[in-house]
Design a protein around this ligand. Structure first.
Ligand SMILES: *Cc1c(COP(=O)(O)O)cnc(C)c1O
Length: 393
């Protein structure tokens, strides 16, 4: 393991003039040519042009499912999943507390109550061992979130779901291409949901995708995402619909992204290996693991401060920022969100592991276009900041 010579770097102004963003998408000719084609042909909305259909078909093939339905965001995908499964007011859904709040909002839109589960201390994903104790006669579904690109341990989840007759929604917004025991995430539960926001594994600017092998869910989702137009008489609507459509213009970007998704995933995994190899000498930083069942896509390289760095995240982030290294702190977990404590859904204390780790967690620059020089720079900056803060009280 290389030792850093801080004096050398300082003398050369090594730690100035650098900026490494937390995330930047890999966009190029594949997207540009298709977007231009869409504009020139005038086919920009969702009922025009061929990119939407192509994007859905290729996405379905990629996730190895029968149906993929493109929608306007990951949040919309989750909302449609809740509707398609027929979850209703006062039903309960088991959720991981550690997630982006979209996973929680989606059931709440339908007045379904999310019941938080604490995290597994190694993967930060939902801990399957804690689920059964929270199942009641109102529980209708389990939502899992493949956090930071690492798949959830799905076998125990599917077993619990089978035994208690529950649906399973996979929030795979951060995990396109991740695999659990060789199976694509988004193809294991009843419905999978993906996001195509700019910092996700693939992007369409804004966008989402719903995946399923179930024909009737697919049909329902297709109908409701587009205002629920009638079958015989189009303007006699079937139900209350939403406009959650993705545009042909956005799908043009998506088709370009899918063309290189394997490359993107291998870049993410190379980034993961680089960080793991060059930060593993830091005893006060917990690095991510890849469980034996997992093929992780390292959406974001997530670290947790401990030992002498515990309680110093704010300073850690600030010092890295001063060196031009952009980071993001962890989500605030569901069970700590004030709006939901006020509603009485959560009490703020029920998930101690998530509370502990989320206060110390952050992610390092993980853009798909990050270079080896930038990775090296980030690792050097992390060493420098860790060294400075270690002995500071
Ligand atoms: C990004 C994300 C979403 C929401 O996706 P949007 O496209 O931003 O609506 C949902 N869940 C998780 C875990 C996410 O990271």
């Amino acid at each position: 393991m290389k030792k850093i010579q801080l004096d050398y770097y300082q003398s050369k102004n090594y730690f100035s003039n650098m900026f490494v963003p937390v995330s930047k998408p890999l966009l190029g000719e594949e997207e540009e040519s298709r977007v231009i084609e869409a504009i020139r042909s005038g086919n920009i909305s969702s009922f025009q042009g061929g990119y939407l259909k192509e994007f859905e078909e290729k996405f379905a093939a990629f996730v190895e499912v029968k149906h993929a339905i493109a929608v306007s965001s990951g949040t919309a995908a989750l909302h449609l999943a809740v509707i398609a499964l027929g979850l209703r007011e006062n039903d309960e859904i088991i959720v991981p507390t550690m997630t982006m709040m979209s996973s929680i909002f989606a059931p709440i839109y339908e007045k379904v109550v999310p019941v938080p589960i604490d995290i597994d201390e190694k993967t930060y994903n939902i801990d399957p061992k804690l689920i059964e104790a929270k199942i009641t006669s109102k529980t209708k579904a389990i939502m899992v979130v493949h956090l930071y690109g690492h798949p959830v341990d799905m076998d125990p989840i599917m077993e619990i779901a089978k035994n208690h007759n529950l649906f399973v929604i996979e929030d795979a917004a951060e995990a396109h291409g991740a695999k659990y025991k060789g199976k694509m995430v988004g193809s294991i539960g009843d419905i999978g949901c993906f996001s195509m926001y700019a910092n996700k594994i693939i992007t369409t600017g804004e966008g989402g995708m719903v995946t399923t092998n179930n024909d009737s869910y697919a049909e329902k989702i297709r109908n409701i995402k587009a205002l629920s137009f009638g079958k015989e008489h189009k303007l006699m609507h079937q139900s209350v619909g939403y406009n959650y459509r993705l545009a042909n213009l956005q799908a043009a970007i998506g088709v370009g992204q899918l063309e290189k998704v394997d490359k993107i995933i291998s870049l993410k995994r190379m980034m993961g290996s680089y960080y793991l190899a060059h930060l593993n000498d830091l005893e006060d930083i917990i690095l991510p693991v890849e469980a034996p069942y997992a093929f992780s896509v390292y959406w974001m390289f997530h670290i947790v401060l401990r030992g002498k760095l515990e309680g110093k995240r704010e300073e850690f982030i600030k010092k890295l920022k001063d060196l031009g290294v952009e980071t993001r702190e962890d989500f605030v977990p569901y069970h700590e969100q004030k709006i939901f404590i006020e509603k009485g859904y959560v009490d703020g204390n029920e998930c101690p592991h998530a509370s502990k780790y989320s206060k110390e967690g952050l992610y390092l620059p993980s853009g798909t276009d990050i270079t080896e020089d930038e990775l090296k720079y980030v690792c050097d900056a992390v060493h420098k900041v860790a060294e400075e803060l270690k002995n500071k009280i």
